[in-house]
Design a protein around this ligand. Sequence first.
Ligand code: ADP
Ligand code: X15
Length: 397
Amino acid sequence: MAGKFRTLDDADVKGKRVLIRVDLNVPMENGKVTDATRLDRIAPGIAELSGKGAKVILLAHFGRPKGRDDKNSLKPVAAALGEVLRREVKFADDCIGETAEKAVGALKDGDVLCLENTRFYTEEEKNDPAFVEKLAKLGDLYVNDAFSAAHRAHASTEGLAHKLPAYAGRTMQAELEALDAALGQPQRPVAAIVGGAKVSTKLDLLGNLIEKVDALIIGGGMANTFLAAQGINVGKSLCEHDLADTAREIIAKAKAKGCEIVLPVDGVMAKEFKAETPTRASSVKEIEADEMMLDIGALSGADVISHLSKMKTLVWNGPFGAFEIQPFDTGTVMVAHAAAELTKSGKLVTVAGGGDTVAALNHAHVADDFTYISTAGGAFLEWMEGKPLPGVEALRK
Ligand SMILES: Nc1ncnc2c1ncn2[C@@H]1O[C@H](COP(=O)(O)OP(=O)(O)O)[C@@H](O)[C@H]1O
Ligand SMILES: O=C(OP(=O)(O)O)[C@H](O)COP(=O)(O)O
């Protein structure tokens, strides 16, 4: 990627108001950040800008709010970032308008300010030009350091790059270089594990991904959607029934392209999504109407591991189950350990990414054993698909 983008090496930032788009969409529980990987990755770039005398203004989203809502405030995340940076991160309750302008106006060279969730405005996701204008008013330069949100053509990830002199941040640079090094010419056979909860935003990309991989291993809510599309009753499981046709098309296309689709054959069922709730192991064909499948079962885990042992490369986004609550972490942890062992013995190149996926791998204590851990999930899969990412394209010189 060298030479393709303007980077911080090309920017004179002293005394300038630098709007830096970062990804602060970190896993949280009871107001506390449970995995700080994304914060750790962006911290050096922020410290560099601050050290060079920039007025650093952080723009980011959190969750998928429908309008302003306290549950999705970035305030606690800004405080956690302050702990990682070991310095004050100021906070403004709005990302545009008088509140934001006042907070920016009060900044001294080297200060760091975090603005409130850009998604409190529906205009953010619409990439609305008037909203872009309001954000642009707050800065002299724009830096995009949110590779993990670069698949979104939103005001703060794409629109701003056309309004202000735009640069790729250090995390963005590092992610593109590392992914290119690990997966630019992947050794076949390649497997992709796709799980997690963001079914509707990730299902579409599987159609292209099956052209790049030899096996597509599906877990989490994504698996429930595929099982339901095949006529299996998934009870109250997380499932996008409306996407059954898309799932069936993907299965047919995979067959035609010679990509094997691996689905769970058994799972761990529960009636409630909470700790210490009674669980039942069963075949996916015997899910009761009032049950949810919250993890893959032992047979499915063994099947996934057996597939991995035949692969040379693994890309992974999305946990197999609701790993935040025990025992629904079992499937993810079991596969994570096997992938880590195969990596350590030089048999498998493993690249995993996604806010929750990285949290799950840290929970399994294997993140350091993987070949590369990306901060990105959906963006990483779209990169793997070969799709141009709007946030990256907008930065090209
Ligand atoms: N079977 C399941 N039912 C409900 N939620 C699930 C299931 N499997 C995984 N999840 C949830 O998926 C979430 C992570 O999904 P996602 O956001 O797509 O991953 P990432 O952030 O790594 O891209 C986790 O919070 C986990 O609890
Ligand atoms: O957490 C993110 O993506 P991921 O869940 O794919 O890792 C990014 O912040 C993008 O969030 P979005 O999928 O709500 O646009």
